[in-house]
Design a protein around this ligand. Structure first.
Ligand code: MG
Ligand code: MG
Length: 267
């Protein structure tokens, strides 16, 4: 069942979502070649706890870390490791925070050092597809309208692989609520979007095949052909006219541009 939120509840989800955004902006300041993703996770968790929240993912279905950190061919649910990031890596950091009984959830893919034009375009198009999905996330539309918009902007226009096994979701008191929000589908189908719904839209887009597999660690999802994948996510509130985006990329993008160890010219 779908839990519709009151305006007061939406503000609590906004607070959690903006803390996620601030956490990702902290990550954008420190990420570089030579840092381990375990260190990134530690810094993110400390920031979340210093701000009076808990990391939503830690302990969720026994996930052992605050962040999912997915490098290159890892699509999502990556385990932070001691391995050091290198120039040319792309790194998705997916974070949730829980505060005042409500969750927020957002993800962002960073590029370390110089990356190829092909991968720049993957990041650019994946981020743009999130915006296109959000444009359709208004009262009166259906889930399939969001799904189709994302799929069209990625698979249809660029031949990228849209991951089928993993989807966006409702969010609130629970990290994952109904409805599911796939990144592929038909216009005019699926659950009706109604004012009061809060959902996470999160395109997971592969440069090559749409197929993925589970790594030996039991969590990390990797692309079937070893090519890179990108992932951007916002938590949004459905209302009439235009969605209210509860998380924000503004601070993350500013920190990304200011960090000379990151590539941001794909933006
Ligand atoms: Mg997420
Ligand atoms: Mg999510």
């Amino acid at each position: 069942m779908i839990h519709y939120k009151t305006k007061a509840e939406v503000e609590l989800i906004r607070a959690s979502s903006l803390l996620v955004s601030k956490t990702l902006a902290e990550v954008a300041k420190i990420i570089r070649a030579g840092i381990s993703t375990l260190e990134v996770d530690r810094i993110a968790e400390e920031f979340i706890r210093d701000n009076g929240a808990t990391p939503s993912f830690k302990g969720f279905q026994d996930f052992p870390f605050a962040c999912c950190i997915s490098v290159n061919d890892a699509v999502v649910h990556g385990f932070p490791t001691k391995d050091l990031l290198q120039d040319g890596d792309i790194v998705t950091v997916d974070v949730g925070t829980f505060k005042n009984n409500f969750h927020g959830d957002s993800a962002y893919t960073f590029a370390v050092g110089e990356i190829s034009d092909e991968v720049k375009q993957l990041l650019n198009i994946t981020k743009a597809s999130l915006s296109k999905g959000i444009e359709k996330a208004v009262h009166g539309n259906r889930i399939g309208d969001i799904a189709y918009a994302v799929q069209y902007a990625t698979e249809k226009e660029h031949g990228y692989g849209v991951v089928r096994e993993l989807v966006g979701h409702g969010i609130g008191r629970q990290l994952h609520e109904e409805p599911q929000v796939p990144n592929y589908g038909k216009r005019g189908t699926g659950a009706k979007l109604k004012e009061g719904m809060v959902i996470c839209i999160e395109p997971m887009i592969n440069l090559g095949t749409k197929n993925v597999y589970h790594d030996k660690d039991g969590w990390t999802i990797r692309t079937g052909d070893g090519k890179p994948a990108a992932h951007y996510e916002h938590t949004i509130y459905i209302q009439r006219g235009k969605a209210d985006i509860l998380s924000s990329f503004a601070e993350i993008e500013a920190a990304e541009k200011a960090n000379i160890n990151l590539c941001s010219d794909y933006l």
